[in-house]
Design a protein around this ligand. Sequence first.
Ligand SMILES: CC(C)(COP(=O)(O)OP(=O)(O)OC[C@H]1O[C@@H](n2cnc3c(N)ncnc32)[C@H](O)[C@@H]1OP(=O)(O)O)[C@@H](O)C(=O)NCCC(=O)NCCS
Length: 215
Amino acid sequence: MTFTTQRLALRARTDDDLDDLLALWNNTQVQPMLHSHPFAPMGPKARKDIGEWLDGCVFGSIVTLCATDSESVSSATAPATANTITNANATSEETQKPKDKGGAFMGFLALSIQEPKNRDASVHIALLPQYWGGGYAKEALTFLVDHAFRWLGVHRVSLVVYGSNVRAIGLYERLGFVVEGRKREALWMDNKWEDSVSMGVLRREWAAKYWEDQS
Ligand SMILES: CC(C)(COP(=O)(O)OP(=O)(O)OC[C@H]1O[C@@H](n2cnc3c(N)ncnc32)[C@H](O)[C@@H]1OP(=O)(O)O)[C@@H](O)C(=O)NCCC(=O)NCCS
C-alpha cells in the first residue's frame, strides 16, 4: 500500500532503502537534528537499527516523489500547499510507479506511540537537504498528523526539536503545533548549549484548524 499526497508517495520501507536511510542519517546537516548522540559516522549496525526502528513505528514510511513530480527534483522550489488538508489516497501495488519513473528517495516520515493508553503519538521526519524548502515536509506532515487523528484515534501528536532548528520549529508552528516546554541548555552541540523544545498539537486544535466537521 502507498499513500499519496499532492506530490508525494509514502510507502513501506524495503531492504533496498537501507543504504538511502543510512546515507540520510550520515548527512552532516541531518544527523545532528535527529538525535543527541555523538555526531559521528554511522555504519552497518545503524543501518540495521534504523530499518528496525522504522518497522517498529505505528506508521513508518519512506517519502518519495510521485512520478508526476519528478521534474521538480532538482529545484524543489514549489510553494507549500495551502493551509488545508490534501486528501491522501491509498493505492494498490498495481498502480505504484516504478522507481525509475519518479519514486526518488527523499527521506522518512514516521509516527510512534510509546504508551497506547495515553493516545500520544510522536512524529518523526527527515528529508535529504536537496528537498528542503519546497514544502514537502509540510505536505507530508499535514497528511500524517491528520491520519493519526482520523485513523489511529490519538488525542495528541508530540515531538521534540532542538532550539536551533528554526526551520523545523517554524514549520511545526505553521502546521498548528505549539511549544509546550523548553528544557534549557539540555544538549551540547557545535560548541554551545542547545535547548530541547517540546511541541504538540491536540486533536481538538487540529479539528478546529483543518476540519469543517469538528466531531
Ligand atoms: C525539518 C525538515 C523536515 C523541514 O523540511 P523542509 O523541506 O525545509 O520543510 P518545508 O519546505 O515543508 O517547510 C519549511 C518551512 O520553513 C520555512 N523556512 C525555511 N527555512 C527557514 C529558516 N531558516 N527559518 C525559519 N523558517 C524557515 C519555509 O519557508 C517553510 O515555511 P512555509 O511552509 O510557511 O513556506 C528538514 O529541514 C529536515 O529534514 N531537517 C533535518 C532533520 C530534522 O530536522 N528533522 C526534524 C527533527 S524535529
